[in-house]
Design a protein around this ligand. Sequence first.
Ligand code: F3S
Length: 389
Amino acid sequence: MELTAAEQRMLDGEEGEGVRKAMELVVALGRIYGAQDLVPISSAHISGVSYKTIGDGGISYLEHVSKESKVRVPSTLNPSGMDSQRWREMGVEEGFARKQLHIIELYARMGVDTTCSCTPYLAGNLPRQGEHVAWAESSALSMVNSMVGARTNREGGPGALAAAIAGRTANYGLHLDENRAPTVIIDADIDGSLFQHSLLGQAVGSAIGNGIPYFRGIRPDWEEAKIMAAAMAASGAVAMFHVEGATPEAADQDLSGLETMHIGEAELTEAQDSLTGTEDIELIAFGCPHLSEREVREMAAFLEGKEKRSDVTVWFCTSRQVRDSMPREVAILERFGPVLADTCMVVTPVEGLFERSASDSAKACNYLPTLCSQKVRCDSFEKLMEVLL
Ligand code: F3S
């Protein structure tokens, strides 16, 4: 691999042990994936935040790294295992909370912005088209690759952190033009609701794995795109998509010779059925990925003046920025259930609190059974509201 003189000095330890180790990891990943060189990044988004997912081993690693390293590009964090302010109300145990707050403090010591959200692009960390970044969080990185035209591979937590410390990442995969071309055309025949975009993502991810779909027949807005991107990344490993007439790189693509798949009502029903294992639920969780301002506003408008008539718990998961910026709408939602920030239904220890949960997000419904021991119902906002009202 070709390194610049400055990069070689970093690798030789001239900028300290922390930078040397970060460079070692970035270069090693580059060698594994056949990168010719490194590329500077403008931001990082780091996963591996919840104590539930990284455990004591993750804390030891972060204690070590934080002693000798600081990030050198703007870097944000994925959701943690609890709302940093309202964890007691969530039912999170004190021991878990202490360790979770310690993890966040370790990231803060390294200069990472500790707003813990999976929609950093809606909360101040929005790359520009053509910029190289190193992002973990499968839904977020798919959004910036696809909707923004920035460039990132599907980084893991340690890889994204190392790139943030080194300020560069290995130049392979989706950093290169030739790997951003579509691999399959999807003719989508859906009604255009948010939930149908979620199921569309589920059906496409299951069918194409880590391919790059080129959608025809849809024009998703950011909310529809984020729930679809999340589902494709969870049911498959889709890290980028194109939408005809909408996404920045769609017009440049050559579609000749590509297979075309049709996704319509039958495939969506099959996707929903594959995710639903119970009708009887204790928790309804919205906000996977984290709710945008617009979603909070629309939910509040729907719920204003209505009464909750069920003892099913509701969580609305969003970023701290959105929660803090919309006190009136948040107050309306709070009459139905807590508006939680910094966390989500999957990375919090939900399994200690509930056994049967529901969401309109296919991504959440993929992970709630496997990572949280839940029986799940996957359904639309409107249908889930019928349970409550
Ligand atoms: Fe975000 Fe949690 Fe879903 S991190 S994308 S809300 S599983």
